[in-house]
Design a protein around this ligand. Structure first.
Ligand SMILES: Nc1ncnc2c1ncn2[C@@H]1O[C@H](COP(=O)(O)OP(=O)(O)OP(=O)(O)O)[C@@H](O)[C@H]1O
Length: 274
């Protein structure tokens, strides 16, 4: 469990806080999305969770333990962090070295290092790139290496900040399928995203940030049921919501789920045709 209790963080004293009085709890096994317009505090929250930043006020707990004296290296045992830009976290000469670096720093035995490295490479589909120089890989391959590097430290939580930005539809699909597999295997996923269609498809819960404040925390369906709130937070309506809202006069109820929307439309087909 990861808990923020009344957390405030300011980058400097002359500016309003980037995160203000935020309380939230993320339980093991959840798939949570953090959404909100640019500059709303999403990345700052994830950096606070990772102890890359420390609260100006408030506390952060991991399984009831206050993390105030934890370093990012301590937190990396529990939380894998995948940055927005994979170039920011890739430094070694080969993909294998890159992925084994974290477990080495954590003091794993050499057998364990090789076991977790091979497993992470296999899971993320980069085993055939093991001896390549990471800087020459495509962005999507680098993303996979970044995730493998996080996974090799065998964390329970995985935080991904806009991992699919700039990827083509096919790569995006494969990447999200990978995340879904991790989630099914018991990992807790915290995904920062601007992609509302992706959010409604994969996340179970949404935290919406606005000007550093937590504007909403709840189910995906409840989040998109309130158009005023979406507007306030600068969130785009996902396609399923727009279509179901548009067909409301025909008796279609609001849904974020493609399958449920298709089912409703098929069930009403006679009426819609008429
Ligand atoms: N290193 C920094 N120094 C000073 N201010 C910063 C720094 N990083 C972020 N900020 C400010 O803190 C606020 C929150 O930024 P943050 O990056 O957390 O937002 P975000 O929601 O993740 O944005 P984006 O969607 O653009 O990534 C913004 O006003 C931003 O300008």
């Amino acid at each position: 469990m990861l808990e923020l209790r009344d957390v405030t963080f300011a980058y400097n004293r002359n500016q309003p806080p980037a995160v203000a009085n935020v309380s939230l709890t993320i339980r093991r096994g959840e798939f949570v999305a953090i959404a909100g317009r640019n500059g709303s505090g999403k990345t700052t929250i994830t950096k606070l969770m990772m102890s890359l930043l420390k609260p100006t006020h408030g506390q952060i707990f991991r399984d009831d333990e206050d993390t105030k004296s934890c370093t990012p290296a301590d937190m990396a045992r529990y939380i894998g962090y995948v940055f927005q830009n994979p170039d920011r976290q890739i430094f070694r000469d080969t993909v294998r070295q890159e992925i084994s670096y974290g477990p080495e720093m954590l003091g794993f035995s050499s057998e364990k290092i090789s076991e977790v490295t091979e497993q992470a490479m296999k899971l993320t589909g980069v085993a055939d790139l093991a001896d390549r120089y990471p800087r020459t890989l495509t962005r999507s391959q680098k993303q996979r290496v970044a995730i493998a590097s996080a996974l090799s430290m065998t964390p329970d939580f995985l935080i991904l900040d806009e991992p699919t930005s700039g990827q083509d539809a096919d790569t995006h699909e494969r990447f999200m399928a990978l995340l879904k597999d991790f989630h099914s295997s018991g990992k807790t996923i915290i995904l920062v995203t601007h992609d509302m269609d992706c959010l409604v498809r994969y996340a179970e819960r949404v935290i919406v940030m606005d000007k550093g404040i937590k504007l909403f925390d709840g189910s995906v369906t409840d989040c998109f049921a309130d158009r005023r709130r979406l507007h306030e937070a600068g969130l785009r309506e996902p396609a399923t919501v727009s279509v179901s809202n548009g067909l409301a006069p025909q008796g279609i109820s609001l849904t974020t789920d493609v399958a449920s929307l298709a089912e409703q439309i098929l069930a009403k087909r006679g009426g819609l045709n008429g």
